[in-house]
Structure formats: C-alpha cells, structure tokens
Design a protein around this ligand. Structure first.
Ligand SMILES: [Zn+2]
Length: 264
C-alpha cells in the first residue's frame, strides 16, 4: 500500500498535531488494555481532556503512578487521530488524604464534572471551583460541600433550574408557597400549575428546600454564612437535584450508587 502524494489530515504525524500543556485535576482513571491507563482530566485552560497514558501501569512508570483520581498534575497531551495520548506528566500536588466518606463525595464531584462538561471547552472558573471543592471536603461537611458544588456546576454549565419563579406561569414563589419540582421543565411549579400538570415525576420542593438551594448556591467555602440545615429539606433537595441531573445527562452515576450503598 502506498500513501497518496499529499498526506491526508489523518496521516499527519504526531509532531504536526497540537500539543496541549496544562495544569489538570484527574477525574477518572481506568485500565486500558494490558499496561495503559485511560484518563479523564479537567484542565485549567482547555476544560475536560481525555487521553490514553501508554505504559502507565508498568511498575517502573513513575509518571503513570501520578495518574490517580483527585491528583493535580501538569500534563502534556498529544492530540491524536482517534484519541489523544499523554506525552508527559509531573506532580503539582498529591491527592489529599481522604477518608472513605470524603472520597465517596469527591468521586461524585469528579463524575458530575465529567458528565456535565464537553471536551475542550475551557472553563477556568469551574477549574477553580473543583480545586476548592476537593480541598474543602476534609474541612467541612462533605455532603453539603458536594451539593453546593453540584448546584454551582449546573450554573456554570448552563443547566441551572428555575426555582425562584414558577416555570409554568412565571409567578414569583414566596417562601410560604408550596411548590413541586419538574425535572422535565427544569424548575419549580406552583400549586395551580401542579394541579393542571398531566405528567409524572414531580418532587416536593417547598420553601425550606428552595432556601437551602439558594444558600448552597451562594455558599462561600471559606466563610459559610450561618444557616440551620433541616434534614427533610436536605433530603428533598438531594432527591430533586440528582433526579434533575439524571434527566439532563441520561446517565446513572456510579459514584452516587456507591455513596448510597455506603450510607446503607
Ligand atoms: Zn404556576
């Protein structure tokens, strides 16, 4: 077989393709073939990157060992025809020493980032948020930290639901108003619109739940505003939030299954 006179785009050598260099947080790692790793990272300049680290599972491969969930690394990634590949990797910061619970919540933050973002869509603000969230897991209640992260992530990725006004009639919802959350319509429904709603899958979304949502949305991890979290509101918020994310992504999150099993 001979190649054409002019190489086609997919016959470009690796040196001709762009090399991406950036600081990255490792979101997900899995085994690939016999000695390699498949890695999903979130980077500062390029957003989400996925690549293969060839030979990363060999015992003597120091760079390969750095590729663990939550590690912060400087990477060089070579764009490939089908999939990108890692050229080099150096440590910025080891993953924090998490206990099982913190690790389970960290995995939820990592998986949410992976499923709600697109490849190579730069989002520096999200990078900073993810970094701060992982650092806060050991200092504050990890359940609230990750809920706050998820709500902010929805805002940054354009998925934020409407909770201050009814998505049916546009009426402003006062705290005393009963309301229900519709994952399909992406927001809260007032009592009148709920009565007229023919679909299924609505979740209770009362004033306490909406106020908790707002608090988590604005939560400053360094200086949290005082707030008494009620268990019922927390569970209702968690339920509707994860249901909404499932509705948006059509993916069951492995990390959530794990977390639920741990709680049982
Ligand atoms: Zn309404």
């Amino acid at each position: 077989m001979t190649k054409g006179f002019f190489p086609k785009k997919d016959e470009m050598t690796d040196n001709e393709r762009e090399l991406l260099q950036d600081e990255a947080i490792v979101l997900h790692v899995r085994h690939w073939q016999t000695a390699d790793k498949y890695v999903v990272c979130f980077t500062k300049k390029y957003g989400k990157l996925r690549f293969i680290a060839y030979g990363a599972r060999y015992v003597k491969n120091v760079q390969g060992r750095l590729l663990q969930p939550f590690a912060c690394v400087n990477i060089e990634v070579q764009q490939g025809q089908k999939i990108d590949k890692l050229r080099s990797c150096e440590l910025v910061r080891l993953p924090q020493a998490f206990d099982m619970q913190q690790m389970a919540y960290g995995a939820v933050a990592a998986e949410l980032t992976a499923v709600l973002t697109e490849d190579r869509e730069p989002q520096e603000e999200l990078y900073a948020l993810l970094k701060e969230t992982l650092a806060t897991l050991t200092k504050r209640n990890p359940r609230l930290v990750v809920l706050s992260f998820a709500i902010k992530l929805l805002g940054l990725t354009g998925f934020a639901p409407q909770l201050s006004h009814c998505v049916g009639c546009g009426r402003k919802l006062e705290e005393k108003d009963e309301a229900w959350f519709s994952p399909l319509q992406g927001g809260a429904l007032c009592a009148d619109c709920r009565a007229a709603y023919a679909g299924e899958g609505l979740e209770p979304c009362g004033g306490g739940t909406r106020r908790l949502w707002q608090w988590l949305e604005q939560l400053d991890f360094a200086k949290p505003a005082p707030f008494a979290v009620r268990g019922g509101d927390l569970m209702a918020l968690e339920r509707l939030l994860y249901k909404f994310i499932f509705f948006q992504t059509d993916k069951q999150l492995n990390s959530l299954n794990f977390l639920n099993q741990m709680r049982l």
